[in-house]
Design a binder for this molecule. Structure first.
Ligand code: DGL
Length: 262
């Protein structure tokens, strides 16, 4: 294994940074390529067929160009729809990001769990399957919020996010039948942990479950016997369209100092 072979993170936008951050804590010298499909953003509004053809093709191009040791689909929408397609198309380990329903079911006392994702994620059979396997005795209330995805992008672009805007976006989940009993909310979109402070301020009485640290541990485990560079090197951010938000300073905070267009 070449020590300079990177970890490749993939999302539609900045959401995957919430998976990159805990990974960097465990693997500080890991070379990083962070790819955002800005031309395809937002995935939550796309059809299953679009995601299933777009994501494996793009990842194929990224793998050819950057030769990663492992790819992380740091996006619930892409993972719940296209993980199998990507795994069969690529000849390298692929880690997906799927809603953390199992830990949420272990925590919930009321047995009513909110699953907050994109519109595309919350309707996936993959989520039905996780619910049946790990939360059969729980009521799951699913809510897709494109507004929160936009708010997370805006926050990383340097905008101040009003707690009220977050409250309004999440409110329908709590207004649904039995919604008042929700005590645990799965952040089933990688954009949402980027709004953790605002979510806690807006709705402080529930626990939020972020799958990011668990994904980071999985990446560290899968690469445990591999060599890394002796020193930290700046990472690369790759976008699929030239038109993007002014994200440079946010990307730099995540160790991504070089920006490329695919
Ligand atoms: N970050 C993504 C996810 O985890 C998707 C956001 C979007 O493009 O709608 O689902």
């Amino acid at each position: 294994m070449d020590p300079s072979a990177p970890l490749l993170f993939f999302d539609s936008g900045v959401g995957g940074l919430s998976v990159l951050a805990p990974t960097r804590e465990l693997l500080p010298n890991a070379p990083i390529v962070y790819a955002a499909d800005s031309a395809g953003f937002p995935y939550g509004k796309r059809s299953e067929a679009e995601i299933a053809s777009r994501v494996p093709a793009l990842l194929g191009r990224l793998v050819e160009r950057f030769h990663p040791r492992l790819a992380v689909i740091a996006c619930n929408t892409a993972s719940t729809i296209a993980l199998d397609h990507v795994r069969s198309a690529l000849d390298l380990p692929v880690v997906g990001t799927v809603p953390a329903i199992k830990p949420a079911a272990e925590m919930s006392k009321t047995r009513v769990i909110g699953v907050l994702g994109t519109e595309a994620t919350v309707r996936q059979p993959y989520v039905d399957d996780l619910a049946a396997r790990f939360a059969a005795d729980c009521t799951l209330i699913r809510h897709g919020s494109p507004e929160l995805v936009e708010l997370a992008e805006a926050k990383l672009g340097g905008e101040n996010i009003a707690v009220d805007a977050v409250r309004v976006a999440v409110r329908p989940m709590f207004d649904a039948p039995n919604g008042e009993k929700i005590d645990t909310v799965v952040l089933a979109c990688t954009h949402f942990p980027l709004l953790a402070d605002e979510l806690r301020a807006a709705l402080p009485d529930v626990a939020y479950v972020d799958g990011g640290p668990g994904i980071a541990r999985r990446i560290a485990y899968l690469t445990r016997e591999q060599p890394w560079p002796a020193e930290h090197r700046p990472g690369v951010a790759v976008f699929t369209s030239a038109a993007r938000r002014p994200l440079d300073s946010a990307l730099a905070r995540f160790g991504l100092n070089e920006i490329l267009i695919l």
